[in-house]
Design a protein around this ligand. Structure first.
Ligand code: ZN
Ligand code: ZN
Length: 146
């Protein structure tokens, strides 16, 4: 289960080595209130840290994701997106229009319990993406096929 990090000072006290890059990237994600692509993150952070490369941003994001400080998701736009790990959630994404909805982790709790009962696997994925069609696209498709 992801820990909550609302306070970057607290992170330091926990012994996380927060280099200027790590700190700057965390700050950008914290302010963003949503998902950002590595390119979007790079474009913001490079203004603070001149000389930063996109490769460093990718490496840092990997590190932060491994530490559970940021959540990573594939939202079907060909690029991974990242967000500050504040609350456990998953996403529903429309394959047609790209509309996205967030669902609370509690909605999957029962499913994860079933996995444990059936397979012995204790699942700890807290940022999954489920692809399908949104209500609007379903409605439009129906009216269109009349
Ligand atoms: Zn998310
Ligand atoms: Zn849609």
């Amino acid at each position: 289960m992801a820990k909550r990090y609302s306070d970057l000072d607290w992170l330091r006290e926990q012994g996380y080595r927060l280099t200027p890059q790590r700190l700057a990237i965390l700050e950008v994600l914290k302010q963003a209130d949503g998902h950002l692509s590595p390119t979007e993150i790079f474009n913001q952070v490079v203004q603070e840290i001149p000389g930063l490369t996109e490769a460093t941003v990718y490496r840092t994001l990997n590190f932060l994701a491994e530490q559970g400080l940021v959540l990573v998701a594939h939202l079907g736009r060909g690029q991974l997106v990242y967000e500050f790990a504040e609350h456990d959630h998953h996403h529903l994404v429309c394959r047609n229009c790209g509309e996205m909805q967030e669902i609370d982790h509690r909605q999957l709790k029962q499913l994860y319990d079933n996995f444990l009962d059936d397979t012995g696997y204790q699942i700890n994925t807290i940022h999954a993406t489920f692809f399908g069609f949104c209500p609007e696209c379903i409605a439009n498709n129906r009216s269109g096929s009349k």
